[in-house]
Design a protein. Sequence first.
Length: 268
Amino acid sequence: MATPDAWNPAQYGRFANERARPFYDLLALVDPGPGGRRIERVVDLGCGPGELTAELHEHLGATLTVGLDSSPAMLAKARPLEHEGLRFELGDIAEFRAGDRYDVVFSNAALHWIPDHPRLLARLREALRPGGQLAVQVPANGDHPSHALAFEIAHEPPFRQTLHDAGDELEEATPVLAPERYAELLENLGFIEQQVRLQVYGHHLASTADVVEWTRGTTLTRYEKALPPEQYQEFVDRYRERLLDRLGDSSPYFYTFKRILFRGLLPT
């Protein structure tokens, strides 16, 4: 039986410091007082265990910050952080529609799970008030063996058929676009100010084998959710063997990880 919630806060948190670096870089792009106005409402799409959402809330001085995530396990970790101005909600960010608009729509390492980014960004733009800001960070490491190899193995038997039966058609490894395409989208959506950049983060891991532990906390959850436990273990074993063969069994290992960060500001 497939795992209903493949997200494991403990596994994800094994590399918490490394995963936090892009968050702080993205946060630095957000203007905490655009045009001298106070930020009142913020939403964090894909808030995970909530610690960084709490920092987002405090840094921007928002009246209300809402963290949204589809993982009950992650939200259970986040709930103790709630207070009058900070709350966490269960929801699918692919279905996010804002009833009340926000001053900041923020998403750190979550939108790469959602297809059709041109349509997605148009929908997120509609969730912003005049003068609002959209701030997004997405992994762009699909061509690294750590990611490409997982997608390659998913196309092999017996995994391909099981994933197909589970509704994962494996049409694309990632919907993430080129940095220049995000710049074009922000322009076309009416953002009057924007920053878009591709950044390579270098992580010093204890060994090449730690790359497997890294991806088990993120990339491989796609397959853990859809595969029966014994087949998922077979998937991980095959992935580990081929990854170490491709990258070499090194201690320590320097893991390069590309990410796209972008921020846009709407006119008032």
